[in-house]
Design a protein. Structure first.
Lengths: 260, 322
């Protein structure tokens, strides 16, 4: 069986010091810079006035009653259910009851929601601008080199990922170009940032993109959501709860479960 | 074991509170007075909780100088207008007040802050606590109700309201407020036991009719059972269970069979007897282990253990008489 000859490419060892290190260091520094820029630009969370708090917490309260109804006796649950449904349907908890039934205001015209959007814009800009700059910097100075060989073998599929900018058909995918090293840094530096900046840093854009997809609770009271509709939906949810209590038969369970 | 500063020192016995406040100079010295915001300094949120708790214990033991130092550090970090800092400052002023007039002045300040920002919950709570300690209970209750109207998910406020009503002997209201706590924390065994205590007191205190009495006793019994189910070897739960079952057995009134659903009815006498035996045995076990200071049985409140012992000895003497 013929041994596949190991590809060797004679690289200038200086490539390592003048390309690999600078790219890595620049990436780390931009990450740190981005973190502090985000911290500086972050606007303080807006204070909620009493009525907004009331609206939101009343809804949460209803959800709590719905999810832990089993801790209550049937009589107490029923009285709470009646009170909550009546209040929700009449819109007693709404911030401004007169505007009940009207479509929600356009989020673009509402100054409070504009602020939230500005915050999002700022974050996006803080991600896009440095990335574009570094990308063009690398492209202008370092494109077309192979800078390192990975210490483990890879399949041919990785060729397009690792050898971007080097159009050589037969080269082993273990060889890596500078642009690819840049991409690898984008995805792989999260743990380095965690080490330097602590866990809740804003340095890596990956984490931010995850965060945008993740929590739905932030959307619950977001702009453009009609609280009246939420209340009506919650009233319906509470109305269909089939009540049982954990206290039913608890003494038998206790006698079963505990032996002295 | 030294009590941890991370936990709130409100429940600590006096000796431990004193021990904590005596650590204050050492803690104040070991931590830097101002936190630099460089990359290398790791600011820990625990530090600020420690300062808060240190303030509370220092005020309890009369070390106002250390309390002021802690507060100053919180101010340099969070600013003068932070809600919690405002509340802590108010707390220190309350502690330093010599007479009722000064307390009135603090109350005025609270109201001034609230007129500027009516959703400042820490200050609202301070105001309520101050009203209560000044003896204006009905004012405190109405302020609490107002707070709970716009923030009905506030567990602390509900339990305070329950306690307030209970101190006035308004059992149904106290029970309602305690149930709200349970809605927010459905698996809190101490809340279940507390609710059982309230039901028991409501049943025994009022001249309630037989039906209501039995319903409340039944629910108290079930609440205590639930609290034990959630937390094995829970002394208060067993104590309450013993108390309730003893009382029910002593009444030996025929349990009126209720058929209308929605209310709890008492289990049959056999079950109650077995529950009583279980509670007696468990209480005896807890007392034995805890007075022998066995491993794994430490941490019971000495007063509670003594009360349980008394309950059992009372029980034994009445058995002998019979």
């Amino acid at each position: 069986m013929a041994q596949v000859p190991v590809q060797t490419i004679h690289r200038d060892p200086q490539l390592f010091y003048w390309i690999l290190f600078p790219i890595t260091i620049v990436m780390i520094l931009t990450g740190i810079l981005r973190h502090y820029a985000t911290v500086l630009m972050a606007s303080a969370p807006k204070k909620l006035d009493q009525k907004t708090t009331r609206e939101q917490r009343s809804l949460l309260h209803g959800m709590q009653v719905r999810s832990s109804f089993h801790a209550l006796s049937k009589r107490s649950f029923n009285s709470r259910r009646d009170a909550l449904i009546t209040a929700y349907e009449s819109g007693a908890y709404l911030k401004d009851p007169e505007r009940k039934g009207q479509p929600p205001a356009n989020p673009m015209t509402d100054p409070s929601s504009m602020e939230g959007m500005m915050g999002m814009m700022k974050n996006q800009m803080a991600m896009i601008i440095p990335n574009t700059l570094i990308m063009s910097w690398i492209n202008a100075f370092f494109s077309g080199y192979v800078i390192m060989k990975l210490p483990f073998p890879l399949t041919i599929k990785f060729k397009s990922m690792l050898q971007a900018g080097v159009a050589t058909k037969d080269m082993d995918p273990r060889w890596m170009s500078s642009i690819s090293w840049y991409f690898l840094c984008i995805f792989g530096l999260q743990s380095v940032f965690n080490f330097i900046l602590g866990n809740d840093n804003a340095a890596s854009q990956m984490a931010q993109q995850m965060g945008q997809m993740g929590p739905q609770t932030a959307q619950m009271f977001g702009p453009g959501v009609d609280p009246n509709k939420q209340f009506l939906a919650e009233a319906e949810n509470i109305a269909v709860v089939d009540h049982y209590s954990v206290l039913d038969g608890v003494e038998d369970r206790l006698l079963e479960g505990i032996r002295v | 074991m030294a009590p941890s500063l991370i936990r709130s020192p409100v429940q600590l016995p006096p000796a431990e509170a004193l021990a904590i406040s005596q650590q204050a100079p050492a803690i104040l010295q070991s931590a830097p007075s101002a936190v630099s915001s460089s990359i290398l300094s790791k600011e820990k949120s625990e530090l600020w909780i420690e300062y808060e708790n240190l303030i509370l214990s220092c005020l309890r033991t009369g070390d106002e100088r250390a309390a002021h130092q802690c507060l100053d550090r919180l101010v340099t970090r969070f600013g003068e207008d932070n809600e919690r800092v405002l509340a802590l400052r108010g707390l220190i002023k309350e502690a330093e007040a010599q007479n009722n007039g000064e307390l009135e002045k603090v109350l005025k300040e609270y109201e001034e802050i609230l007129s500027k920002n009516d959703s400042n919950i820490p200050i609202m709570k301070r105001r309520i606590a101050l009203l209560r300690s000044m003896g204006r209970v009905s004012d405190a209750a109405s302020a609490l109700v107002q707070l709970l109207d716009f923030s009905p998910t506030d567990l602390e406020a509900w339990s305070e309201l329950s306690d307030l009503y209970f101190s006035q002997g308004l059992y149904p209201q106290a029970i309602y407020a305690m149930e709200e706590v349970l809605v927010l924390a459905p698996n809190a065994w101490n809340v279940h036991a507390r609710l059982g205590e309230l039901q028991y007191m409501a049943a025994t205190a009022s001249g309630a009719g037989n039906g209501a009495y039995q319903k409340q006793m039944a629910e108290a019994l079930k609440r205590f059972s639930r609290s034990i189910e959630l937390c094995d070897d829970y002394l208060r739960g067993y104590y309450g269970l013993k108390l309730v079952t003893k009382r029910i057995l002593k009444d030996s009134a025929k349990p009126t069979k209720q058929t209308d659903d929605g209310d709890f009815s008492l289990p049959d006498t056999r079950t109650i007897e077995r529950l009583n035996e279980l509670a007696t045995a468990k209480l005896a076990e807890i007392i034995r282990h805890s007075s022998a200071n066995d491993r794994g049985w430490r941490g019971y409140n000495a007063a509670e253990v003594a009360a349980a012992r008394e309950l059992l000895s009372e029980d034994a003497s009445s058995d002998i008489k019979r």
